[in-house]
Design a protein. Structure first.
Ligand code: HEC
Ligand code: HEC
Length: 336
């Protein structure tokens, strides 16, 4: 039996040092959310493609679902919002709270009155349906690099799910200056030449990771900087997440000895599928969203493309980072 003795948080997004939300509550156990089957033959936007992106690549549910008693997103309230992100002393010396929105099409508490294009704007520009700025815990500055079809697919999916009535409390923290979209031209490409047979796969992988992994696996700059993340060290890890008493750093995903140097693409894909550290079997620390119900739901071709991209990035020396490197005991392997 798998036992994880952790009473901790799943935190995602901009969670660094003084800007970090305090303890967010949550445990990184597998969630029982039905995996979507992507419609790979569809051209143009489709709710099926949106479902796949939401559940298996972009993991919106970890933020937009109220945790149950186990600290896990409650599958019966999937995407119905309410999870609180706490900030120490921002406004009047008290604790500030920002609540993730109800994304189901409920008329009063959710997105029932939003058009698909309102949803696309929230996702990619960071404004609500009245044009007011969203708090940048919501990583719109990353989702802005989604293709138009993928952004619309997500909107169509959100409009297709059952409405759940769940009134989310009002935020009591002022929205900081808007975060600028991550500059796609500064995100590295595969180091393979375009004539290499692996080039196309690696560049497909680049698209998938630039709208998902880059946020957690790149160190964030100080608030107010021109770029939210340090693009000179894209994918080189070292962003930290306050999970209970521990500051958990994300791993360097570039193929340097301090990162994934020496890993095969198959080993990278297996790690995403199982959420277990290569060779050790230890469950990865939260908030890494590996395994069933999350990145483990990616199709084999998508996993393969992601792994091929990371494997062929220019190596960056940074770290090593990760729970083990930081001396944080976490999780036990199967059979423990
Ligand atoms: C890191 C946590 C996080 C992730 C991941 C995340 N969101 Fe959000 N999102 C938030 C928070 C917090 C808010 C509320 C912001 C505010 O109130 O200013 C929000 C707001 C929104 C809104 C605006 C709704 C409203 O009523 O104002 C939409 C739409 C949205 N998110 C969609 C998504 C979708 C779709 C995904 C996945 C593709 C996603 N979010 C991923 C945290 C997240
Ligand atoms: C919500 C934040 C978050 C997201 C999103 C995320 N990761 Fe992670 N990832 C982490 C953290 C934190 C760790 C360190 C966990 C540990 O050391 O136990 C990690 C660890 C890993 C590891 C293990 C490295 C090692 O040395 O054992 C791999 C591989 C990885 N991530 C790949 C990815 C890929 C690929 C994506 C996107 C498809 C991704 N991650 C998305 C936070 C995240």
């Amino acid at each position: 039996m798998r036992i994880l003795l952790v009473l901790l948080a799943v935190a995602w997004a901009g969670c660094d040092d003084d800007t970090a939300p305090a303890d967010l509550g949550g445990v990184d156990l597998p969630v029982q959310i039905d995996q979507a089957t992507p419609d790979l033959t569809a051209s143009g936007p489709s709710a099926a493609r949106g479902e796949y992106l939401v559940k298996s690549l972009l993991i919106c549910g970890d933020c937009h679902t109220t945790p149950n008693g186990m600290g896990q997103p409650d599958p019966t309230k999937f995407l119905a919002g309410g999870r609180a992100f706490d900030f120490p002393a921002q406004v009047d010396g008290g604790l500030g709270h920002v609540y993730a929105a109800n994304l189901t099409p409920d008329q009063t508490s959710g997105l029932g009155s939003w058009t698909a294009s309102n949803i696309v704007d929230a996702l990619t520009v960071g404004v609500d349906k009245d044009g007011l700025p969203l708090f940048p815990i919501m990583p719109y500055y990353m989702f802005g690099n989604l293709s138009d079809d993928d952004a619309m697919s997500i909107a169509l999916y959100l409009q297709s799910i059952p409405a759940i009535s769940n009134v989310v409390p009002k935020n009591n923290v002022q929205v900081p200056q808007a975060s600028t979209r991550i500059d796609d031209t500064q995100i590295p490409h595969t180091a393979l030449p375009s004539t290499d047979p692996g080039f196309a796969s690696a560049e497909r992988g680049r698209y998938l990771v630039k709208v998902s992994c880059i946020e957690c696996h790149t160190k964030h700059n100080a608030p107010g900087a021109a770029s939210v993340i340090d693009l000179a060290k894209a994918f080189a890890g070292g962003e930290t997440f306050q999970i209970g008493p521990n500051k958990i750093p994300s791993a360097n995903l570039t193929p340097h000895a301090t990162g994934l140097g020496g890993w095969t693409p198959a080993e990278i894909a297996a790690t995403l599928k199982t959420d277990q550290e290569r060779g050790v079997g230890r469950m990865l620390c939260p908030p890494m969203p590996g395994g069933t119900g999350r990145l483990g739901g990616l199709t084999d071709p998508d996993l393969n493309d992601i792994a091929n991209f990371l494997h062929t990035l220019a190596p960056i020396q940074n770290g090593p980072f990760g729970c083990t490197d930081a001396g944080i005991p976490y999780g036990v392997p199967d059979g423990g």
